[in-house]
Design a protein around this ligand. Structure first.
Ligand code: ATP
Ligand code: MG
Length: 450
């Protein structure tokens, strides 16, 4: 009989585990903490939407809509698409849920998004984004608030060094139309030198030629007219208000007049936080103002601005992260007869908020080795007979010292172990934890052998 082939992981997807998982979780928890400091509310939206939600809002000519979407027909014959980004879904929710009454809304979300792209380092088909949006605020202060939030997030992740905020304005509708005309004239004049891709862009989305990576396009893109000459007074004032806000908040930025965003709905502010530490996948966080989006979904004209960042790209930049500052304990029964007592002790420790590992198998020596490898601070040896008298033996793996702990009734033994594990993890010196001749003294919660 033929052996059944084991299933493969789908190309461009990931199983996130170990150190990678710790970095990943660190990015998400830091984002949760920082968004709360800025009073942004968390929202969770569906992983799939009607295809029209993305096609209409992102624009049919964008890379995402024309080449990258996971679109399928469900059993009822409806065309659905796995979300390739968050903004369109949040805008859809804003309309369906009648959230106009709460405007302006400051929202964040995070989770998996899907794009059919060629997988490579920092580029996946299922990846994860964190996302922040302000809906219903046309003021430049909203753009500033989002950018300061992004800047603080990168600082708190410890990766702001070497990451630059590049800023541009795409102007208002009048600015964009005039600039677009000038761009088309310029590119038409250099038709013969453009790449095939850019010739298509010239028909559909000429602005996109500006950020082409094709070396044939670069000289023509670089010599294209800047938007500055076409800015209306209003658009210019808006951009100046954003940069003044950033300066006031102490956020460094630089102007990149070539920066355009892939999606059609952008107006005014466009920005990217970029680094050279990730090779060609150098954009870690990107966004801008999308005042035209909600209107394109059939809603009332509503201002909006937001950004998204790739969790994987941020996680690649953070230092390996140790999330356990609590102190960790392993519970080991000293013999087969003590297994149940160990189960009871482990349950007590966990109910007492102690991070506790309970080994399932192996002899005492094997289990000790494993505890050491798992970064355990203290091993608790459980002997069922001594435990019935309220007694446990603990070994501090760092120093190798061994102490006897006794339940006094007045001081909960699990509480004492928690303090001891924390002190050991923090490397508190002898005056905080003293162990001598089997005597343990602990400042705060005393656990002392009688
Ligand atoms: P790129 O130019 O790298 O394709 P993009 O302009 O398509 O990026 P956005 O739509 O702005 O990206 O998405 C915001 C962020 O999501 C990016 O800055 C990046 O960090 C991340 N990102 C985008 N596509 C991928 C992907 N395929 N895999 C991993 N992260 C991604
Ligand atoms: Mg892309």
């Amino acid at each position: 009989m033929a052996k059944t082939e084991t299933p493969r992981r789908i190309r461009g997807t990931q199983d996130i585990f170990g150190d990678e998982q710790r970095r990943f979780a660190h990015v998400l928890s830091t984002f949760e903490r920082v968004r709360a400091l800025y009073c942004f509310q968390r929202v969770d939206i569906p992983v799939f939407e009607s295809t029209a939600v993305f096609a209409r809002s992102l624009g049919e000519t964008t890379d995402v809509v024309s080449k990258e979407m996971y679109t399928f027909e469900d059993r009822g014959g409806d065309s659905l698409t796995l979300r390739p980004e968050f903004t369109a879904g949040i805008a859809r929710a804003y309309l369906t849920e009648g959230w106009q009454q709460f405007a302006p809304m400051k929202l964040t979300t995070s989770g998996p998004v899907f794009r059919y792209e060629r997988p490579q380092k920092g580029r996946f088909r299922q990846f994860h984004q964190i996302d922040a949006e302000v809906i219903g605020a046309a003021e430049p202060a909203a753009d500033v608030e989002l950018l300061v939030l992004a800047d603080q997030l990168l600082r708190e992740l410890g990766i702001s060094e070497g990451v630059t905020l590049q800023l541009n304005t795409l102007g208002d509708a009048a600015t964009r139309d005039a600039w677009r005309e000038a761009l088309v004239a310029h590119f038409e004049a250099h038709r013969g030198e453009l790449s095939e891709d850019s010739l298509t862009r010239l028909e559909k989305n000429p602005m996109r030629i500006l950020d082409s990576k094709d070396p044939r396009d670069r000289p023509i893109a670089d010599s294209a007219p800047d938007i500055d000459a076409y800015l209306t007074d209003e658009a210019r004032a808006f951009f100046e208000a954003v940069t003044a806000g950033l300066d006031a908040a102490g956020v460094a930025w630089e102007r990149n007049a070539r920066l355009v965003r892939g999606l059609d709905y952008y107006r005014h502010t466009a920005f990217e936080f970029v680094t050279d530490r990730l090779g060609s996948q150098g954009t870690v966080l990107a966004g801008g103002r999308y005042d035209g989006l909600i209107g394109s979904l059939g809603g009332p004209e509503t201002a909006g601005v937001g950004w998204a960042a790739g969790v994987e790209r941020l996680a690649m930049l953070v230092e390996p992260h140790d999330i356990d500052i609590e102190g960790k304990v392993a519970v080991l029964p000293v013999n087969g007869a003590s297994e149940l007592a160990a189960t009871a002790v482990a349950a007590g420790l966990r109910r007492g908020q102690v991070v506790t590992e309970l080994a399932f198998k192996g002899n005492l020596k094997k289990r000790l080795q494993r505890a050491d490898a798992q970064g355990v601070d203290i091993v608790i040896f459980v002997d069922s007979e001594r435990w019935s008298a309220g007694e446990l033996e603990a070994k501090l793996l760092g120093s190798g010292e061994q102490v006897v702990l006794k339940d006094h009734g007045s001081v909960d033994i699990f509480d004492s172990i928690r303090s001891l594990a924390f002190a050991t993890r923090m490397g508190l010196p002898g005056d905080a934890v003293t162990v001598s001749g089997g005597q343990l003294g602990f400042i705060g919660n005393a656990a002392v052998e009688e």
